[in-house]
Write a protein of this length. Structure first.
Length: 101
């Protein structure tokens, strides 16, 4: 058996508190921000298809959800920061990366 010199090889963990909070979409301008992000994504995507061809509905839906999700996360981070808190995202092996959720 090997001796680790009394040092633990397990990573150090921090306590995490769960909060339930509501964010006003009006106060944080989530609607207009999400719309601008969606428009930018669709604009770039449209350039990848031949002229006169619409972006497939599946991609439109993905870009819409991504825009709303990212905007909501940024608004949440801003609200937490205003209250001296930080957002911690689950990075466990079963979790979906935030860019894909």
């Amino acid at each position: 058996s090997s001796d680790s010199g009394g040092k633990s090889s397990a990573p150090e963990t921090k306590d995490v508190d769960d909060y339930s909070l509501g964010i006003s979409g009006v106060s944080f301008d989530t609607g207009p921000l999400s719309r601008r992000m969606y428009d930018a994504l669709i604009s770039v995507a449209a350039k990848r298809f031949p002229d006169g061809t619409d972006v497939p509905q599946e991609l439109v839906d993905v870009y819409r959800m991504y825009s709303m999700d990212l905007t909501a996360k940024e608004a949440t981070k801003a609200a937490l920061k205003q209250n001296g808190l930080d957002m911690v995202e689950d990075t466990g092996e079963d979790s979906v990366p935030s860019d894909l959720s």
